[in-house]
Design a protein around this ligand. Sequence first.
Ligand SMILES: [Fe+2]
Ligand SMILES: [Fe+2]
Length: 246
Amino acid sequence: MKTLTEKTINSLVDETPSLIEYFEKRGIDYCCGGDISLQKALQLGQFDEHLIIREIEQWLSNSKTNKSDQSSLIDLEYLALSSLIQYIKDKHHVFTREALQKLGVLVEKIAIVHGNDHPELVELNELFKVLKGELSAHLQKEELFVFPSLLYMEEQLKNEAEPASPKRSVSTLWEPIEQEHVAAGQALEQIKKLTNNFSLPEDACSSYIQTYTLLEQLTKDIHVHVHLEEHILMPKAEKLYQQLIN
Ligand SMILES: [Fe+2]
Ligand SMILES: [Fe+2]
């Protein structure tokens, strides 16, 4: 049995989904960088290992006594591929599109109004425009191309009489998606640094507050969204693909 530090960040999140909240708070990557052991992640991020391990142990012990901590992510592992895709679209794609829309207006507005006193807002506006365009295209690619290809595979497996080999392997389909997840994660990290972890200056107006609050919500939501796609959806699809070709 693996010790706590030998386990990967992903497996820790799979076992205790509420840890996402802790990893967010500490800035420990559980999305695209979550395939490494906790020990390696702590070394790479130059964290205080003893402190983090103590906090995680405390978190795990609290989560055992708190039923509400048994987040729904556990159940998502057991959903059929089609239901999981529907869940991702309904919960995360809808939220992301709404947030991108609202933030497109807000980020530009505060850059114009406060850009002189806070030049980082001008940079934020430029960075956000690129992220908005890339994320919108990413969601569309998943909905129009990747998800239907995965759903077709699920249908083929049900159709025992005439199973057809999928045209592309899941890993081929997924490669560009993974690259885009990594790129989005890096852009969000840059935004986090630029806004000093979404810290508001004293002269922040209500639009400023609204912008930073929504940016932080979007960042957290995308982390969970990517975690679901990379560590629950993709392995599930790969399993189906293996069943189909063997
Ligand atoms: Fe997605
Ligand atoms: Fe995605």
